[in-house]
Design a protein around this ligand. Sequence first.
Ligand SMILES: Cc1cc2nc3c(=O)[nH]c(=O)nc-3n(C[C@H](O)[C@H](O)[C@H](O)COP(=O)(O)O)c2cc1C
Length: 263
Amino acid sequence: MKAVICYYSGSGNTKLISEFIKNEIQELEFDLHDIKKDGIPDFENYCLAGFATFTDFLGAPQLMYSFFEEIAKQNNKYAFVLNTYGFISGVTLKTLSKLAQARGFTVISGYSLHTPENYPPMRKKGKDFDHAPLAKEIAKLTLFIELLRKQASTIKSGNSPETHPVKIGFLNSILPRMSRKQSKKDFGIQTVDESKCITCGICKSVCPYGAIELSPKPVFTHDNCFGCWACYNHCPTKAIHTPKFKGEFQYAKPAAELKAKFS
Ligand SMILES: Cc1cc2nc3c(=O)[nH]c(=O)nc-3n(C[C@H](O)[C@H](O)[C@H](O)COP(=O)(O)O)c2cc1C
């Protein structure tokens, strides 16, 4: 039996960490499953599932809610949860755990990892955290991987692994997830600088919410937009603008330091 990590990653931090975990845990063979591109995997093929994503306004991205809604009810399949975050993780991990449990998974462990910030307004404030995770944080991740190794090995041998309840700190637990209205307001209405747009279609392909059509330049359906900044962060010519940002402080892929630590 194999394991699978289902990830949704806006800028690649979560994907990189998911790949790292896959490579570190040899007790089970892991598949990586990109939720945005590949939809729902067939969980029948797996004895352990990981669910990984990033903190999006103190909670899990909207895409994760729709992903879990579509999963058929499981019969206590083992799962672990993981999230990356730039500043404060909020209720992301707890939410992933609850969403998985609601679909019938038994959540056996979870971890939140501090990584560089991909939210342009925070990067503008100098809070890019491009050195994250620090040695102390990597040491904690190593312990988590060690635990997962033991759990994977127990599952492989047909026994029940020890369950470690998902815990978040007090501060994280009292911060409410930001509403969609607020996140959209923060983002504002995006526009295209037509003199810069090369109609490459990357914005449409990275938008998780179907808010962009090409005609041939991008046309936005603002009702579908969740203000996730994916189109902004990935535009190769900085042609997508918001009222306050004209292409600066993009974060399209893992910072070099993060890549060096986890490749
Ligand atoms: C729209 C948006 C909202 C975010 N909100 C938070 C947040 O509330 N707290 C936090 O710590 N990081 C927040 N971040 C930062 C990301 O969680 C962090 O950089 C993460 O590692 C990105 O992962 P990815 O590269 O897999 O997309 C936010 C990023 C974006 C784009």
